[in-house]
Design a protein. Sequence first.
Lengths: 428, 428
Amino acid sequence: MNVIEVIRTKRDGGRLSNEQIGWVVDAYTRGVVADEQMSALAMAILLRGMDAAETAAWTRAMIDSGERLDLSALRRPTVDKHSTGGVGDKITLLLAPLVATCGAAVPQLSGRGLGHTGGTLDKLESIPGWRARLSTAEILAQLRDVGAVVCAPTEGLAPADRKLYALRDVTGTVESVPLIASSIMSKKIAEGASGLVLDVKVGSGAFMKTTEQARELAEALLAIGRAEGMRVTAVLSDMSVPLGTAVGNALEVAEAVDVLRGGGPADVVELTLVLAREMLAVAGIDGPDPATVLASGAAYETWCRMIRGQGGDPDAPLPAATRVHEVRADRDGVLAGFDAYAVGLAAWRLGAGRARKEDAVAAAAGVRCLAEPGEPVVVGRPLLELHTDDPDTVPAALDALRGAVLIGAVPIDDGAPVRGPLVLDVLR
Amino acid sequence: MNVIEVIRTKRDGGRLSNEQIGWVVDAYTRGVVADEQMSALAMAILLRGMDAAETAAWTRAMIDSGERLDLSALRRPTVDKHSTGGVGDKITLLLAPLVATCGAAVPQLSGRGLGHTGGTLDKLESIPGWRARLSTAEILAQLRDVGAVVCAPTEGLAPADRKLYALRDVTGTVESVPLIASSIMSKKIAEGASGLVLDVKVGSGAFMKTTEQARELAEALLAIGRAEGMRVTAVLSDMSVPLGTAVGNALEVAEAVDVLRGGGPADVVELTLVLAREMLAVAGIDGPDPATVLASGAAYETWCRMIRGQGGDPDAPLPAATRVHEVRADRDGVLAGFDAYAVGLAAWRLGAGRARKEDAVAAAAGVRCLAEPGEPVVVGRPLLELHTDDPDTVPAALDALRGAVLIGAVPIDDGAPVRGPLVLDVLR
């Protein structure tokens, strides 16, 4: 095999054979194919595409680059969820304990945030004592004892994906549906769950800005999962406004706990229940409805055990910001909504997210929305709270909201506000 | 400036600004932009293209990455020639002394061969004692004293091009007209000559297989030269059959000397005179016709001084191969020609070329054509001589001729042979 031949094949619009794909992914993982060769190939793939069979082979090669978790010793059906990332998306924190309480085992190997969308591990790390890194034995023990685990992927899972993702991140080759789909699915398949529900986000705060793009990605994800014999469902959900009222790390944990204790914003509850029902369907569990389980407080009990299992104290106070800055309405009218991207960007600048992988995040930083889309507001009414420990970050956050979006993001018009449905489609 | 923004701009089909191009080429040369980022950009440029203004800016940035030879102290007009590479193309060896004898100064900073086309420096190095590496002072002294120099580019000329060319070579990003054109022209412009004649080869033995492709490259080269205020002309010439009868290093030097002494194959003489006249026109020299100068033996005298100036002995015997294998006609008929690519490949395999930059070439290896297109032949008539010092290379060379081409390359048909014109077009 010759890497230049492989690159040329794709560059000139040809199909890569399974042998070429298996070889090039393995050779790249072993360092035989160099970074500059793989990035040229990634650009050719981005511009020329890969068909479903090529994408399935690429995913398989990435899975084969490492180990696969063996969950067969568990007595329960295994099911996982993956979100393509949004602003205020704390649903994983709720789903893992809820679906575990309903009878499934939920191994949620999660990531950290980069850019304007938060990472599940960053959020959970705001809980005092909680740790993200578990050994394979600890993951299996917690799945057996609690039924739910949210942690970092072990080193051995899909190392090719880890290496390739870091490369794509610095070479302008992220935005390729086949490469995005194979990256997501290689990790999820290596994780060993037999079922998976995908939450594909659509809108300004999401990676996919239009329903068409989101549907294309969802179809690619489903095709890979099916080719691997996995039970998969994809939900398309709105990400044009933030999910819930809290965006940040500790702020989102607090909102998730509110929901687990029977409160919280309606949209967070709605999406949690939709996804939980899909996960149970995929797992083949026909038990009590998740709404009943949530209302009973049993999911909150599981949450506490899940957090304690990883060294965290669910009763400890969460970090609070030393500085809170209010953004107020500048005219009367009806609030049409907050733009998800602008709010995500503001939270990022306040310290909730990271610009580079090696950066730390501020646990207490973020944005709280104080008004709901559709609400009438008057001049001076507080609309947003900016939380930070570093007052120097506030101007940049205000800039993100004002310059980029606030006028459009918080449009106080006389016309009736329109917020579309939260769940746009379900692809089974 | 952010390299990912630059990559994305081109990836998504946009134009790069002069500032973006200047920055990215400089940052790559300094190691601030990494190889994997530049190769992704090169692939995006290959697939999306660059317009004339972008290509001119790219070339300018590569020139600015290093120094530029200052030939202003020379009393004569300066003019150079560049060939895009062919099989048996020894024209530089003839043109430099001929055009210098006609009154121009000819600084021919040349390259080595890679693949099936030979390199001018490799050919000259078969002359005992001759050395390719000269200092800038030596180059200027020889131009002043002899009027012609053929040598390796100094380290300081267009270092960005050297680095980028090596990268493109291993990342499947060679075949981009804007990148090829800017690579050629950045070196030629940095070399300091005020005029340039381009010999753009067309056919199986050339990089450009069709006249359309060659014309596209020629136009790109001319546009860059004109943007830099250079006087430039492009000749499109046939490379479907080898040029002359000798392909190899010492074999080609011997043929060039034959021509300088009044003999040699007609096609080599014809192309030499066409290019010499274009070089003199570009240099604004209206003296005796190059044919007269060649016949006078004065160009041969200049050749001897040029070789001696670089330590070579023009009277020393050239290396001869220890083994010569004949290929004979297997039926009666008329010889239609030898396929340039097959002959080039055979010479390469005999040791005349290199597979990797660090390989050495065999001075005596190569192919001699013993019959001319259009000649009637009978079974058993010798057609080709394979020269090598390593008998183990003969089967691979025969394979290149037989398997790939000999039946088609040496088609002995009853129909009349057709050889098209040598010079296909001249773009001024």
